[in-house]
Design a protein around this ligand. Structure first.
Ligand SMILES: Nc1ncnc2c1ncn2[C@@H]1O[C@H](COP(=O)(O)OP(=O)(O)OP(=O)(O)O)[C@@H](O)[C@H]1O
Length: 253
């Protein structure tokens, strides 16, 4: 069922992506609702990361169209996405390990300013530091602001990367497997953070483990073999016979 267009923040129309002759994603049409926490799930190789990369602008679709807030953003260069209000966090390789936690977020905030104010360098810097501290409080890392990023545990580094992604004040935050490689405790902390983040902005989350997101998300998209298999609320997805079949026999969901 189609939502009114103002309720839709992001839309894909028959997007697909091939790598050589291999079709990784085929004709995926979907609408993402503003303010909702939506998870994209599916078994290994289903096309989740490929779809995520199309949504975040890291990859251009081979076919179809991506629309953000009514604007056609298909194939726009990556840097334009941050300026449009879309941010993504997909790995911790954006983190500078030899800088402090606060410096990492400050630099992310600074990088988005097109021009550093040479007439008010000190005031501008204070502003960036204040922004960094606010974002560090949001992601629960303010108490570690003075430490080197390399001293953080894996889960904390992911949280730091999210803090850096938030520096662009995105209206849409995209997260690719944010709990990958985490301990159960780190996973719980990250899920709590995602719920808090989603209360203030639209979040789209790619996750391999269906169980993890069932309790927190508003809607789910299920991909399988590069196609959209199902879409709906957690209850609808839980009851969906085709989804059950696809996930049956898989160990960890
Ligand atoms: N750059 C690429 N070149 C060739 N094939 C690719 C490329 N990227 C992805 N694929 C293939 O496309 C298919 C979908 O991959 P994708 O990473 O999108 O799946 P996924 O659902 O994210 O899987 P996983 O849960 O294992 O990360 C896979 O068969 C993969 O091997």
């Amino acid at each position: 069922m189609s939502a009114p267009s103002s309720d839709v923040i992001l839309r894909t129309e028959r997007v697909g992506r091939s790598f050589g002759k291999f079709v990784a994603l085929k004709d995926v049409s979907a609408e993402f609702r503003r303010g909702a926490l939506t998870s994209i799930i599916g078994p290994n190789g289903a096309g989740k990361s490929t779809y995520f990369n199309l949504l975040s602008g890291s990859l251009a679709p081979s076919t179809g169209k991506v629309t953000f807030e009514g604007k056609d953003v298909t194939g726009l260069p990556q840097h334009r996405f941050a300026h449009l209000g879309i941010a993504k966090s997909f790995q911790i390789t954006n983190v500078f390990p030899q800088l402090t936690v606060r410096e990492n977020v400050r630099i992310a905030a600074q990088a988005l300013k097109t021009r550093f104010d040479i007439w008010r360098p000190r005031a501008a810097m204070t502003e960036f530091i204040e922004t960094a501290d606010e974002l560090l409080r949001t992601v629960g890392l303010w108490h570690r602001r003075g430490e080197l990023a390399s001293a953080l545990a894996h889960g904390e580094q992911r949280a730091l990367e999210i803090g850096m992604a938030l520096a662009s004040r995105p209206r849409l935050l995209l997260l690719d497997e944010p709990t990958a490689g985490m301990s159960p405790e780190e996973t719980r902390t990250m899920m709590d953070l995602i719920v808090r983040l989603a209360s203030e902005r639209t979040v789209i989350l790619v996750e391999h483990k269906m169980k993890l997101v069932m309790g927190i998300c508003d809607r789910l998209l299920v991909l399988h073999h590069g196609e959209l298999l199902a879409e709906g609320t957690p209850d609808e997805i839980r009851r969906n016979e085709t989804v059950k079949r696809v996930y049956l026999g898989q160990r960890e969901h």
